[in-house]
Design a protein around this ligand. Structure first.
Ligand code: IPM
Ligand code: MG
Length: 398
């Protein structure tokens, strides 16, 4: 390989180091958490996305309109639709998030986001960065919190996935140094690890959960994952009542399907890519990726989304109306909880569990063998508004 190529690659790497060290400085300078109870109105931005996105967004908005009827009337809460986070518009501007859309997002306090198409190399769209990844980075949404619950099997997991580092943050900055050799870059920082690990321990403490599981591949990916694990050990010392254990990602994925062992995991924290993979597996155990919600939390902003993609195949095959809105509705519940409507959030969560795991009066299958998303949403609304929802829920728990 010519010296020129190596010089160019070295230069590229130098730029990455500089930008990442600047990010570390920003993290060090800190910022206070936003206090939602002081805001009037709290502005909720809706991004309707691509594929099945607009269909499941419509249903989710319908649920929120009912649950937040009083707050909308008194202007405690305001909904705002953000156009432009579609693959067509993003491709037109050749940007993961076009500038004016980013401005609109920043004018909201929290965002509810339907799935957006993530282009890949060789696909029909220009290979721009994922809108999710860009939004998580631009709004510094460092914690991806993904709960998965199957009460009748004793499963109650909360995953804390680091959301702004790992392979992701530099995922569009890789380098083909020759026709034959491709490099990508992974970054893990002390500050980035500390803030997510601390959040997991704080959650455990607040909910009286006695153990935290830290997932890495530090035996092989020694430097980056090694740092994550080292920071975990340091943070853990500040929580004497909570024990912690390091697990490797390979055996962790295996143990999630071991019915005896898996119920002992409660709070799990991990770098970005492992969290991506593990949470899809966990969601599948809960009943499919269509059933899980995801909170992307930062100090200033927060974004809530379904954990699945835009399912273009469902649209191509004319099955859009059978798309499952539960994942986005669940995300909406997490949003309600985050902005301070804890009771409403609990009620919605219970209604979702009743409809999808216990009573199951209707079934959604993604095709005409089950009901449509609209019909299922009506069922959720009927359940959430029913005066004896608490009684019903308790009776299922036995
Ligand atoms: C998720 C998704 C995203 C991710 C994609 C769409 C970029 O899979 O939220 O888990 O990998 O983070
Ligand atoms: Mg994923």
């Amino acid at each position: 390989m010519s010296d020129f190529t190596i010089d160019k690659a070295t230069q590229h790497f130098a730029e990455l180091i500089k930008s990442q060290l600047a990010r570390v400085d920003r993290m060090k300078s800190g910022q206070d958490w936003v206090e939602y109870s002081l805001l009037k109105p709290i502005i909720i931005g809706f991004c309707w996305g691509d594929g099945i996105g607009p269909i499941i967004s419509q249903e989710t908005e319908r649920v929120l309109q009912v649950i937040l009827a009083d707050e909308i009337k008194s202007n405690k809460v305001q909904f705002r639709t953000i156009e432009g986070l579609t693959i067509e518009n993003r491709a037109k501007h050749l940007k993961a998030i076009p500038d004016n859309v980013l401005e609109e997002l920043k004018a909201c306090h929290v965002i509810l986001k339907a799935p957006t198409t993530t282009p890949e190399k060789g696909g029909p769209y220009p290979n721009i960065e994922s809108a999710n990844v860009a939004m998580r980075r631009e709004l510094d949404l460092f914690a991806n919190v993904r709960p998965v619950k199957v009460p009748k099997e004793g499963i109650d997991w909360v995953f804390f996935r680091e959301n702004t580092e790992g392979e992701y943050v530099l995922g569009s900055k890789g380098l083909m140094v020759s026709d034959d050799a491709a490099f990508d870059f992974k970054i893990i920082t002390r500050q980035g690890s500390e803030r997510i690990i601390r959040m997991a321990f704080d959650y455990a403490k607040k909910n009286s959960i006695g153990n935290v599981t830290v997932v890495t591949k530090a035996n092989v990916v020694k430097t980056t994952d090694g740092l994550f694990l080292e920071v975990a050990g340091q943070v853990a010392k500040e929580y004497p009542g909570i024990s912690w254990e390091g697990w490797y990602i390979d055996i962790m994925t295996a143990k999630l399907i071991d019915p005896k062992r898996r119920t002992q995991f409660r709070v799990l924290v991990m770098p970005n890519l492992y969290g991506d993979i593990l949470t899809d597996e966990a969601a599948e155990i809960q009943g499919g990726v269509g059933t899980a919600g995801s909170a992307n939390i930062g100090k200033r902003y927060a974004m809530f989304e379904a954990i699945h993609g835009s399912a273009p195949r469902m649209i191509e095959e004319g099955r859009g109306k059978y798309a499952d809105p539960c994942s986005l509705i669940k995300a909406a519940g997490m949003m309600l909880n985050h902005i301070g409507f804890v009771e409403k959030a609990n009620k919605l969560e219970k209604a979702l569990e009743i409809c999808t795991q216990f009573e199951k009066k209707l079934e959604i299958t993604g095709r005409d063998t089950g009901v449509t998303g609209r019909e299922f949403c009506d069922y959720i609304l009927e359940t959430v508004q029913s005066p004896d929802i608490e009684k019903k829920y308790r009776s299922y728990l036995g």
